[in-house]
Design a protein around this ligand. Structure first.
Ligand SMILES: [Mg+2]
Length: 143
């Protein structure tokens, strides 16, 4: 079951919806997460298909959260996460990966910078993880 009550309550409290940037090179994956913005008005979703596009969008917009695929053309996810952490250190990032190993994540030094979800990701797990990350960033004093 998809639990949206928490995220909707948080959006109500702060008086505006959450803006999430979904970064993935697979249209099928983008579609799953885009579905998220059709089920609640509390979340707005933007899409990026590679790391470079993601960096440009992070610079130009005030997102509340980024979800990042690791294997993409142009700029890989690990590089993009590191760059995002430079630009906006407190912007929460969730890494969503299919085939990248734990080793890759550790090597890139991005463990701790982000939470992790493994593909295939169910929408309800996605919503739970997003809620948790937004909760942490709005109440955890990381800003
Ligand atoms: Mg990919």
């Amino acid at each position: 079951m998809i639990k949206l009550n928490k995220i909707e309550e948080m959006a109500r409290q702060r008086g505006r919806s959450f803006r999430i940037l979904i970064v993935d090179d697979e249209p099928r994956v983008q579609d799953v997460f885009k579905e998220f913005c059709t089920i609640t008005p509390s979340v707005e979703v933007d899409l990026a298909a590679n790391g470079l596009d993601a960096i440009n969008k992070v610079r130009a917009n005030n997102y509340d959260l980024v979800t990042m695929d690791l294997i993409m053309p142009e700029m890989a996810g690990v590089e993009a996460v590191a760059k995002i952490k430079e630009i906006k250190p407190h912007l929460p990032v969730i890494i969503i990966t299919g085939n990248a190993t734990e080793r890759l994540i550790n090597q890139a030094g991005i463990r701790g910078a982000a939470s992790l979800l493994y593909k295939p990701v169910l929408l309800e797990d996605f919503v739970d993880e997003v809620t948790l990350a937004l909760q942490k960033s709005t109440t955890g004093g990381t800003r």
